[in-house]
Design a protein around this ligand. Structure first.
Ligand code: FAD
Ligand code: NAP
Length: 457
């Protein structure tokens, strides 16, 4: 173990994951501990995590944070190593031989499952797959969904990702053409026959995880009407008045749901369906293809601010050809690091990784891996700053860090035939994407295969 206590002392940090959590931690540390050297690693040749592969293509303003990340990367004290998977190409143990500390901010790369019969039927997919596909994530380029073979899709879950999906399925194709959505997704979506999207929650309208801006946008998609049991919405809002009146964002959100959409009697619709828990995926006769979904009908129990869905023992079926599960992402453990599989995160106190009650010297976490897969970019920033402050406090207080031996990662890259991608390399890839986009009249056309990205270099 080493101890670094003087502000002038050099401090070498490895960051695993180049999403908002990694970049905002780097941003704060470079400011607060000037003698910091940061090496950031990402599995993909492209940085920025879910800002590139999660944020919807029709929300370009959200992606402006990339310019903040560019400024961090321009700092001489920062280096990017894309195309390097920690835990596969290089182990955490090997990293610890090279750095005073390691920050794990590798996000949530798995899905929560419904765990119901038929979940593996063709036509069922997770939000992560679908979003990764339309956003050009190299792992999902070959993803398929029978959108040309059904007019009804069900999205399970009532969070903002569910709304992103419903909006992408229902937005006029010419609107999407002006975004950075991948060309192959445009091609498939242009042949989609989906007209009705049911966004299904196990609890009621007061418990949805949508935010107002997203619901307002959903209510304004041209040519798309909103369906819901409006009497039920009103009844639930009235019953929960005591909590709604004290919570302004919730009040705004409820008034949007009560008001609905100005579009009436359109041939496309989105429906908010409440009190339904999927229990089975129904298949076409003799075919591994989705034909519908069976729900158990729930009722709500418990205090108003912690309502629970309780099955009534009554069931209902609905015909559909596509089911997208949007019930949350999930982080995966990495070898040698404690992991709380119940909560799906690395145990920590203010970002310092814990092994039981003990702090692991020099080991930190931030972002979705630190607190679970919820929160927008701004909350990820706040959380990353908290971890950066913990690191700075530990340095100031002379807390033990790792004991680097000064091994050379370059040698490991050569031995293992890894071709790391620097930030300068990434900017070349990005320039090529902008150029392809310009030809197509869109902001950028993403490379979706790693070999195509590397071919630019
Ligand atoms: P991530 O952004 O997931 O970054 C993790 C990074 O780690 C990735 O680059 C990944 O490639 C890398 N990685 C994974 N494993 C390894 C490994 N073993 N070795 C090396 N690197 C690894 N928030 C908003 O404010 N506005 C929005 O519009 C919005 N839209 C969203 C849409 C979707 C579909 C989703 C899922 C989320 C959205 N969010 C949005 C939330 C926002 O994206 C998150 O708050 C934020 O990205 C979390 O940051 P992170 O750094 O923890 O994780
Ligand atoms: P989320 O907000 O946590 O929503 C998950 C939804 O899935 C909830 O409705 C939850 O219902 C439901 N759910 C969970 N387990 C379930 C199960 N077993 N069966 C049925 N339903 C289940 O997650 P998310 O939508 O993936 O979004 C992740 C984060 O990214 C959020 O913070 C979100 O705001 C953010 N994001 C933001 C934007 C934006 O700002 N435009 C866009 C996309 C994402 P319960 O409440 O009953 O558990």
């Amino acid at each position: 173990m080493s101890v670094i206590s003087k502000v002038s002392a050099p401090f070498k940090l490895a960051i695993v994951g180049s999403g908002p959590a990694g970049f905002y931690t780097a941003h704060r540390l470079l400011k607060e501990w000037p003698n910091t050297q940061i090496d950031m690693f990402d599995s993909l040749p492209t940085p920025h995590g879910l800002v590139r592969f999660g944020v919807a293509p029709d929300h370009p303003e959200v992606k402006n944070v990339m310019s903040t990340f560019d400024r961090v990367a321009e700092d001489d004290r920062f280096r990017f190593f894309g195309n390097v998977t920690i835990g596969k190409n290089i182990s955490v143990k090997e990293l610890s031989n090279n750095f005073d500390a390691i920050l794990l901010s590798y996000g949530a790369s798995e899905d929560r499952k419904m765990n119901i019969p038929g979940e593996d039927t063709y036509g069922v997919a997770s939000a992560r797959n679908f979003v990764g596909w339309y956003n050009g994530h190299p792992d999902y380029t070959d993803f398929k969904l029978p959108l040309d073979d059904t007019d009804t899709a069900v999205v399970v879950g009532q969070g903002n990702v569910a709304l992103d999906i419903a909006r992408i399925l229902l937005t006029p194709i010419d609107t999407l053409r002006k975004t950075d959505i991948t060309e192959y997704a445009l091609e498939t979506l242009s042949k989609s026959r989906v007209k009705h999207v049911h966004v299904v929650g196990r609890r009621g309208p007061v418990q949805v995880s949508f935010t107002s801006k997203e619901v307002r946008e959903q209510m304004s998609i041209p040519g798309v009407q909103f369906n819901a049991d409006m009497n039920f919405i009103s009844k639930e809002i009235t019953e929960s008045q005591s909590i709604i009146s004290k919570n302004r964002p919730l009040k705004r959100l409820m008034s949007l749901l009560e008001k609905g959409s100005p579009t009436k009697e359109a041939d496309k619709s989105w429906t908010a369906k409440f009190l339904r828990s999927p229990v089975e995926v129904l298949k076409r006769a003799n075919e591994n293809r989705v034909n519908g979904i069976k729900y158990e009908i729930n009722r709500l129990e418990g205090p108003l601010d912690a309502r629970k869905a309780i099955g009534t023992g009554e069931f209902e079926t609905q015909e559909c050809g596509v089911i997208l599960t949007s019930i949350g992402y999930k982080s995966a453990p990495i070898e040698g690091i404690p992991f709380d599989s119940r909560q799906g995160r690395v145990p920590n106190y203010l970002g310092k990784i814990l092994n039981g009650k003990d702090e692991l010297p020099g080991m930190y976490t931030a972002g979705w891996l630190k607190r679970g897969p919820t929160g927008v970019i701004v909350s990820t920033m706040t959380d990353a700053y908290e971890t950066a402050d913990t690191i700075v406090d530990d340095l100031k207080n002379g807390k033990p860090m790792l004991a680097p031996k000064g091994d050379d990662l370059t040698k490991l890259f050569q031995e293992r035939q890894i071709r790391p991608v620097s930030y300068l390399d990434w900017k070349k890839i990005e320039a090529a994407e902008f150029a392809m986009g310009e030809k197509l009249g869109k902001p950028r056309e993403k490379f979706c295969r790693i070999q195509d990205m590397l071919a630019v270099l």
